[in-house]
Design a protein around this ligand. Structure first.
Ligand SMILES: *Cc1c(COP(=O)(O)O)cnc(C)c1O
Length: 392
């Protein structure tokens, strides 16, 4: 079925259990789907834009109210919507990083944080994760001291992922922020895998910026995300334009250069808004998600030779698994090679794993019902048994 010439109508989440690590939390709610259709036209949210002409002042649809609600929900003072977490990193880096400035990242940081630092001319200094693949306050203190020894000054800002994309491990951001603040280093909390998934309280964590990815974790269309900050940093971050044209003498009022004036102008913003009530509710039930996830990890662990590379017990539903001594042994002799694994899952209505991967892979059970989690657990065990692997 085609939705237009050459474009296949995509049917994935409608017909399968999708455990793709980056897709599970961004799946749209039915309300978002309706909003997206109604606001599909380009500048659709601008129908009722009145002076002072800025996206976050529009009251119909209730965009202004939404901005305040999101800031309050994160327990920060001010929020802006941005085209993805990466644009949040970029805006912050552009404001706080100058050429040659050392910037604190971690050995598990996402590439988009590196690119944001690179574009601003910063130097990437990574806090190494420890043997348990955790970034710690101690490791942070050591790295800051190292940077001071090398460059004669501390890093200008720290980008810290609460849950990293490699292991889905949860790092002690609160403890790390405490250490960073002893050196007056502001902290950006990267909540790409947490904002919209579990409760996030910026002030309690003691961070200066909270960045979220709405298309990854807030059931929203791409590209969308959020950048929130404290009153103190909002003045710098959301400074208003000061430029004047030399011929026309034009000025641009309260437009914010770091946000390029206005940000999400249609489907993305309205999609976020429509999902927001559901997202606010779902973060309160993260325990349930973890329980469902446990059903699946326990089933995987029952397959002899399988290892969970992420911290265990799990604190997040996105997990890294090693199956070199289990499912990969089958791949060595199977006529479909490594593809037997993903195709056996597809046959059972499970999608989202990298086709052919049987050594190290990631999956995310976020949003599955208990019944689906049990089905998934059973599917892994059945595939193991069918291929002669031992299950305990
Ligand atoms: C996905 C991800 C990002 C990028 O998010 P976008 O919203 O796509 O820009 C950044 N950091 C981490 C840890 C991620 O997992």
């Amino acid at each position: 079925m085609k939705c237009a010439a050459g474009i296949e109508a995509r049917q994935v989440d409608e017909v399968a259990i999708n455990i793709d690590p980056i897709q599970a939390g961004g799946r749209l709610t039915a309300d978002a789907m309706k909003a997206v259709i109604a606001y599909g036209d380009g500048y659709s949210v601008c129908d009722n834009c009145r002076k002072p002409n800025r996206l976050d002042y529009i009251s119909k649809p209730p965009i202004a109210e939404f901005h305040k609600a999101v800031a309050g929900w994160l327990n920060m003072d001010t929020a802006r919507m941005v085209p993805g977490a990466r644009r949040g990193f970029q805006a912050v880096a552009h404001t706080y990083v100058r050429k040659g400035d050392p910037v604190l990242l971690t050995s598990l940081s996402h590439y988009t944080e590196f690119l944001a630092v690179e574009e601003a001319g910063g130097v990437a200094r990574e806090i190494p994760a420890n043997e348990q693949k955790l970034v710690t306050p101690d490791g942070t203190a050591q790295k800051i001291e190292e940077v001071i020894r090398d460059s004669g000054r501390p890093p200008v800002i720290a980008f810290i992922d609460h849950v990293d994309y490699q292991y889905g491990n949860m790092h002690d951001v609160k403890g790390i922020a405490k250490v960073a603040h002893q050196y007056d280093i502001p902290v950006l909390y990267n909540g790409a895998y947490t904002v919209g998934i579990l409760p996030v309280n910026g002030k309690d964590l003691g961070v200066d910026f909270v960045v979220g990815s709405a298309h990854k974790s807030m059931a929203s269309p791409a590209p969308s995300g959020v950048l929130a900050t404290t009153a103190e940093h909002a003045k710098e971050m959301f400074r208003t334009t000061a430029i004047t044209g030399d011929v026309t003498n034009r000025k641009f009022g309260i437009k914010e250069p770091a946000m390029m004036g206005c940000t999400l102008m249609g489907v993305t913003l309205v999609g976020m808004m429509a999902s927001f009530p559901h997202v606010k509710e779902r973060v309160k039930h993260f325990e349930r998600e973890l329980e469902n996830h446990r059903i699946v990890t326990e089933a995987l662990l029952s397959v002899e030779g399988t290892e969970i590379l992420s911290e265990y017990p799990r604190k997040h539903t996105m997990t890294r698994v090693e199956t070199i001594a289990s499912f990969d042994r089958v791949a060595e002799v199977h006529k479909k090679r490594g593809y037997y694994f993903s195709s056996a899952l597809e046959e059972r209505g499970v999608t989202g794993l990298i086709p052919g991967a049987t050594k190290v892979w990631k999956f995310n059970t976020y949003g599955t019902t208990r019944k689906q989690a049990e089905y998934l657990a059973h599917a892994f065990v059945e595939i193991a048994r069918e291929n002669g692997l031992k299950v305990s």
